[in-house]
Design a protein around this ligand. Structure first.
Ligand SMILES: [Zn+2]
Length: 345
């Protein structure tokens, strides 16, 4: 699909009868009609969604998504209001806001107190219902460190998804806010990678402190470097680009080092058991396929305009991030159980 074909379809979808440059006030009005949203009383609201051709250049990220844009608002209030009507970022916001903020808050504030008061649950994390996630307590060996390890992972998960939701909600504000939000998104990704690795390394090497400390040091150091690269403005200069790219690649691959060392030290089957590696591999598959779909812009590249609101690549990527994090959580539970049932330290 060429750009000219896309432009034709985009223009058609806005029902404008003239080209963008020739557009008169009357044709603009015509173009607005199908894009007005309807409020809960059935009245037409002033909210208007825009086509790809109508938004500023800095908002043009995916030319296969033709409609449903919230045009630069320059207003925090307007960005927050966009949470309550459907546009092409709605699913991106909700797919991370619900599991990353609303669900954990509901667990902590509603389900948690209910279970604490009404149930004598034997779950390590009290506010997780046992029928949903059973994390047994081993009276002899379970300590507050185990709880901390799980909470470190939860904090990374919540940080990642909340940063992402805020970014997608606020990215229509302005270029400046969008750039900052993008940095925030990276901070969340780094937090999720580091906090995910901590648990697996901790249980994988629970009875072998030297490789545990070296691996934790490696992951935390690389994570901190990537955090600095993301947040310090000087690193945005193009001369730092190769360094930036290589640090992120090294960081991404750093998880291979402790797992590879474990395979060498303990063999395949024990490393799988120690680290819940089957789940971790599923997690890796989820992240990689999500990243591939995102980069390839599938399925929207095969039918531009069809997946504007539902089903485009970024939404699939978001869902796969949540699913992969769930796989990681399952792997962490397996690693915790194997550690307490089979190892001594
Ligand atoms: Zn995203």
């Amino acid at each position: 699909m060429t750009d000219s074909t896309i432009r034709t379809r985009s223009t058609a979808s806005s029902t404008a009868t003239t080209t963008e440059n020739e557009m008169t006030p009357s044709t603009t009005d015509q173009a607005e009609q199908p894009l007005l949203t309807t409020d809960h009383n059935g009245k037409k609201s002033k909210t208007r969604l825009y086509t790809y051709d109508e938004v500023p250049d800095w908002q043009k990220d995916n030319h296969y998504i033709l409609t449903g844009y919230v045009k630069e608002t320059n207003s925090v209030r307007e960005c927050i209001r966009s949470l309550f009507y459907l546009h092409n970022e709605s699913v991106n916001v909700l797919s991370h806001l619900l599991p990353g903020s609303v669900f954990p808050l509901a667990l902590a504030l509603i389900v948690g107190p209910f279970f604490l008061v009404h149930s004598n649950t034997n779950n390590l994390i009290k506010y997780l219902p046992s029928w949903l996630f059973a994390i047994p307590i081993y009276p002899e060996t379970t300590t507050s460190t185990d709880k901390l390890i799980f909470h470190i992972f939860f904090s990374g998960f919540i940080t990642c998804l909340s940063c992402s939701a805020v970014f997608h909600l606020m990215k229509s504000h302005s270029l400046k806010v969008s750039v900052f939000g993008n940095q925030l998104d990276y901070v969340g990704i780094i937090a999720l990678i580091v906090t995910s690795m901590i648990g697996i390394i901790f249980y994988g090497f629970r009875d072998n402190l030297t490789p545990m400390r070296v691996s934790l040091g490696l992951v935390c150091t690389l994570g901190s470097i990537c955090l600095c690269i993301t947040l310090i403005p000087q690193f945005k200069e193009s001369k730092w680009r190769p360094f930036r790219a290589s640090m992120f690649v090294i960081f991404g691959l750093s998880s291979v080092v402790p797992i590879g060392y474990g395979l060498w030290l303990y063999g395949v089957s024990e490393t799988f058991a120690r680290t819940g590696l089957m789940w971790v591999l599923l997690e890796g598959l989820g992240y990689c396929s999500g990243a591939f779909i995102y980069a390839a812009r599938v399925p929207e590249r095969y039918s531009p305009g069809t997946f504007d609101i539902f089903g485009h690549s970024h939404q699939i990527f978001h869902v796969l991030v949540v699913v992969s994090a769930y796989f990681h959580f399952r792997g962490l539970i397996e690693a915790y159980k194997y550690c307490h049932e089979n190892l001594t330290w």
